[in-house]
Design a protein around this ligand. Structure first.
Ligand SMILES: *Cc1c(COP(=O)(O)O)cnc(C)c1O
Length: 410
């Protein structure tokens, strides 16, 4: 493909008109870049006029496989011709196989499938609390879960209730009690926050939404040890960092950690559908009885088809290795750019943040300039440009992007 290659789909309206419709008829809970994406393939997306862009956001890492990966699309098409929705009132053919595949991938014993990431986080919270009452014998309604400052775990009222981001909480209270906020990357604070009522420590191995914040080496490993000693469940939110994004299948593997509960979502849907899950041992997830928890769409056959294909592609195409290799190359080349506008380039695998010095303005205008050059990236918080392309990106495509990025950040 060349930069001038045109889309072949019929446009459904002009960019200006479609953006106007969205602005008129949708709640303004996002501030999108002014581009309409009409078609996508691999790392490339096209607007209604056929202009091509490289997707460097990957739907916040839900598109690790790239747009419309042929094997995933085919699996979905095949499933569409069989059955799409059963509800959990009945079994379907792919539900058990997907649960098994997830368990084998994470070396666990049980899976609970949901849809969105936030639902999976809620499920992990319920699991930890139930384990606290049934196994750890915490007095009823006294369970505590420790979370970190700058966390991002989703947008439900319970989850935003323990956010440290004022905008996420403002006007949405009252909130669910039972959470304790500590600084990220602070083991002493973790030890101090634990009480006999603590049931879980919910943590992101790298804080993506907070601006690709990386804890010091050993943080997760030592946190896991503190949790183990105090009988506290380590709950790793791998929704953004999982499935190869950081160069390993799960980010916690960089530290040789084995979390009690692994929360996954985003790329599990293969870039097609929302599919999320909590993966754990029998002594936690085995506590659920029929009626305790559920979801109409959770584990539906179409979602399972997406999940099965997504995991097969990840493993067979070795996308985690590719992410490590391309990520190292990308980051090294970014660090080689001679510029005094950048405070730091950081990341792991293909989860990369470029922090702009405050005296050189916010990240948003840089993203707008990148868009004009055919690169779609999004700022995270004020100062960080996130580069998280699909893991199928080639070295030539990384070079293509670097040329343009260098022009914008010098
Ligand atoms: C995106 C994300 C979530 C929430 O997932 P949704 O599917 O948007 O509900 C939770 N945790 C992390 C770390 C995320 O990146």
């Amino acid at each position: 493909m060349t930069p001038s290659s045109k889309a072949t789909v019929a446009a459904r309206g002009t960019t200006a008109h479609l953006i106007d419709l969205a602005s008129t008829w949708s709640a303004h809970n996002y501030h999108p870049l002014p581009v309409v994406l009409a078609r996508g393939e691999g790392v490339w997306v096209y607007d209604p006029d056929g202009n091509r862009y490289m997707d460097m956001l990957s739907a916040y890492s839900a598109l690790n496989h790239g747009h419309r990966h042929p094997r995933i699309v085919q699996a979905l098409k095949d499933q569409l011709d069989r059955i799409t929705l059963t509800s959990r009132a009945f079994h379907n053919e792919l539900f058990g196989p997907l649960c098994e595949k997830l368990c084998r991938l994470a070396d666990k014993e049980m899976t609970l499938l949901m849809n969105s990431g936030a639902e999976a986080v809620e499920t992990a919270i319920k699991t930890a609390r139930k384990w606290g009452y049934k196994v750890k014998n915490v007095p009823r309604d006294r369970a505590e879960i420790i979370v970190c400052e700058n966390n991002f775990h989703g947008r439900t009222t319970t989850i935003v209730g323990f956010s440290s981001e004022e905008q996420y909480r403002e006007d949405f209270g009252p909130f669910t009690p039972g959470f304790r906020l500590i600084p990220y990357d602070d083991l002493e604070a973790l030890e101090k926050a634990i009480t006999p009522h603590t049931v879980g420590f919910l943590v992101e191995p790298i804080q993506g939404e907070a601006g690709i914040l990386m804890p010091r080496e050993g943080y997760l490993r030592n946190a896991a040890e503190i949790c183990r000693k105090n009988r506290v469940l380590l709950i790793a939110d791998e929704i953004q960092t999982g499935f190869g994004r950081t160069g390993r299948m799960f980010c916690y593997q960089h530290e040789g950690v084995d979390p009690d509960l692994v929360v996954v979502g985003k790329a599990l849907g293969g870039g097609v559908l929302p599919v999320s899950a909590v993966i754990g041992r029998r002594d936690t997830l085995g506590l659920f009885r029929p009626g305790d928890h559920g979801s109409t769409f959770g584990g539906n056959p179409l979602a399972c088809a997406a999940g099965m294909a997504a995991l097969d592609v990840l493993v067979e195409e070795r996308l985690a290795d590719r992410s490590a290799e391309m990520g190292d190359y990308f980051m090294k080349r970014l660090r080689d750019v001679r510029t005094d506008k950048v405070r730091q380039v950081r990341g792991k695998g293909l989860l990369i943040g470029v922090e702009i010095k405050t005296e050189h303005g916010k990240a948003r205008p840089y993203c707008e300039k990148l868009m004009a050059l055919g690169i779609l990236a999004k700022e995270t918080h004020d100062q960080v440009i996130r580069f998280a392309p699909p893991l199928v990106i080639t070295r030539e495509e990384v070079d293509w992007a670097l040329e343009r990025i260098a022009g914008v950040i010098v």
